[in-house]
Design a protein around this ligand. Structure first.
Ligand SMILES: NC(=O)c1ccc[n+]([C@@H]2O[C@H](COP(=O)([O-])OP(=O)(O)OC[C@H]3O[C@@H](n4cnc5c(N)ncnc54)[C@H](OP(=O)(O)O)[C@@H]3O)[C@@H](O)[C@H]2O)c1
Length: 235
């Protein structure tokens, strides 16, 4: 049974960060969907590797798969929390120019460049969706615990880039849905050191929930910020 019933039959999908737990989960689900004609994947192991710190590499990686588009469903499941062996900063004293720059390079600048390169691959006159893996901790209004400076700030910046790209793209792609997605706590390389004591969700249930949620969202100028259960999150 197809999850993406609101997309045209024979829709094409692109998953970025397909080597990660959540990215792999998306690829597995979409490969099993009879209505999905193509599942293209990009990550650091691709022939043209997707390296978020390298603008030229992002361009080359996307160019390498562009002829297989347009893509009705684009999912950016890239992101990092522990970077260069450094976990998230718990206190102001742990924050450094380097820790902030590295988090921004991957979670915000990398995301922005992916949006720039991939939005042209969405069809102009058909329903289509661009979902990016954000995080609830990227919500400014929902920050009750503090800490995780670089990750929180870079996820918030990534959300702003998405929102701004969504508004601009609506003028030429009025049927496109843009959404920042919160997957729940999915045990993965990224979350494993921090997930103890948290209620977790399997990659299977999280990706099913996010696809279901995306399927039901209406196209509008603004991006959505939603969790895998379909509940809205305040920016
Ligand atoms: N898991 C959770 O509980 C959770 C909760 C909230 C939000 N999220 C978000 O969900 C997304 C996916 O997380 P995940 O749990 O699936 O983590 P993951 O298994 O560590 O996957 C992360 C993905 O991002 C890629 N990546 C990281 N740094 C990169 C870089 N510099 N250049 C190119 N690719 C890079 C990884 O590539 P490699 O395989 O080459 O390293 C991998 O494909 C992230 O944006 C994360 O912030 C996750």
């Amino acid at each position: 049974m197809s999850l993406m019933t609101s997309l045209p039959a024979g829709y094409r999908a692109l998953v970025l960060g397909a080597s990660g737990t959540i990215g792999r989960g998306f690829v597995e689900k979409l490969t099993l969907d009879d209505r999905c004609a193509v599942v293209e994947r990009l990550d650091r192991t691709s022939v043209a590797p997707l390296i978020l710190e390298e603008e030229a590499a992002i361009k080359l990686a996307v160019n390498a798969i562009a002829s297989h588009g347009p893509f009705h469903l684009i999912l950016d499941a890239t992101g990092a929390l522990t970077i260069d062996g450094q976990g998230p900063e718990k206190r102001l004293e742990s924050m450094s120019a380097r820790s902030l720059a590295r988090a921004f390079q991957i979670n915000a600048i990398g995301r922005g460049l992916i949006l720039r390169e991939c939005i042209p691959l969405l069809p102009r006159n058909e329903r289509c969706m661009f979902g990016v893996l954000s995080a609830r901790v990227g919500s400014i209004s929902d920050n009750h615990l503090g800490g995780w400076y670089g990750y929180r700030a870079s996820k918030a910046a990534g959300n702003m880039l998405l929102q701004t790209a969504s508004i601009e793209s609506h003028r030429t792609r009025p049927h496109a849905v843009f959404a920042a997605l919160q997957p729940g706590t999915v045990v993965s390389r990224l979350s494993e050191p921090f997930s103890r004591g948290h209620e977790t969700v399997t990659a299977e249930n999280s990706t099913t929930g996010m696809l279901n949620t995306l399927n039901g969202l209406a196209a509008r100028p603004q991006a959505w910020f939603v969790d895998y259960k379909g509940l809205s999150i305040d920016w």
